[in-house]
Write a protein that binds this ligand. Structure first.
Ligand SMILES: [Zn+2]
Length: 247
């Protein structure tokens, strides 16, 4: 069970010889409507990472719990870190991981705005040697086909998908009676600190009232399967490039 933080130095030496792959969870601490836990974006990918620690030899770092939550700064419960700090933090952690001799770092990300910051950090951290960062925005990259089948409304923030997933793994952290449907559509991407409450009303984008534990189970189980496949592929030294079939 290679949870990085629980190993002694000797155990680490041994465990790190068994794998090329490290998993880094990145999340956020911010409201998800009134009906689910502030730490949802950490709790969901951490659940998957702990499954990976049990099922593979990949090393799992402690999660980085804070993300760029600028959109929800005005709401109680948000703790946000600036993009500049996050890029530096992610790049430093990645560089340090690679210095320990690993080849592949899977950034298992649970929060939208972190994605481009992880990408910037990865550009810096992979400049030397055989180093690869794979950014997995798990709520859109994993279990795509299952989502298409089970979800009745579009994916979103604190929406049907995310609420179902948390209901499956931590039902005690969801109060479905407080769930509300909210969505704001704009033709263009509007960015304004002064319009955050209009753009993200009640910190919900979608329809959580359609959530169910069963939908969550189907998504999470498939996500776990795909993540195990990705780790196995990396352990074989294969970067997951989807090549066009030869004609
Ligand atoms: Zn979320």
């Amino acid at each position: 069970m290679p949870l990085w933080s629980e190993l002694t130095r000797r155990e680490f030496q041994k465990a790190s010889r068994n794998t090329h792959v490290v998993l880094m969870v990145t999340g956020a601490l911010e409201p998800h409507g009134m009906h689910m836990a502030l730490g949802t974006d950490i709790i969901l990918p951490t659940y998957l990472a702990e499954k990976i620690a049990k099922r593979t030899e990949a090393m799992v770092l402690p999660a980085i719990p804070f993300g760029d939550s600028w959109s929800f700064d005005l709401y109680e419960g948000t703790v946000s870190v600036s993009p500049e700090t996050l890029v530096s933090l992610y790049a430093d952690v990645m560089t340090s991981v690679f210095r320990n001799g690993f080849r592949y770092l899977v950034a298992l990300n649970g929060h939208g705005p972190n994605a481009t910051l992880l990408e910037q950090a990865a550009k810096k951290a992979t400049m030397a040697g055989e180093r690869v960062v794979i950014i997995v925005n798990w709520w859109i990259d994993l279990a795509k086909d299952v989502r298409k089948i089970v979800l009745e409304s579009p994916e979103g923030h604190a929406a049907e998908d995310e609420t179902s997933e948390l209901m499956f793994i931590r039902p005690d952290l969801v109060d479905i009676s407080a769930a509300m449907k909210k969505s704001v559509k704009t033709k263009y991407r509007i960015v304004s600190a002064g319009y955050r409450e209009e753009l993200y009303p009640a910190a919900i984008l979608g329809d959580p009232t359609l959530a169910s534990e069963e939908k969550g189970r189907l998504i999470i189980e498939q996500a776990e399967t795909e993540l195990v496949e990705l780790i196995s592929q990396l352990e074989r030294g294969e970067v997951p490039l989807e090549k066009e079939p030869r004609s």
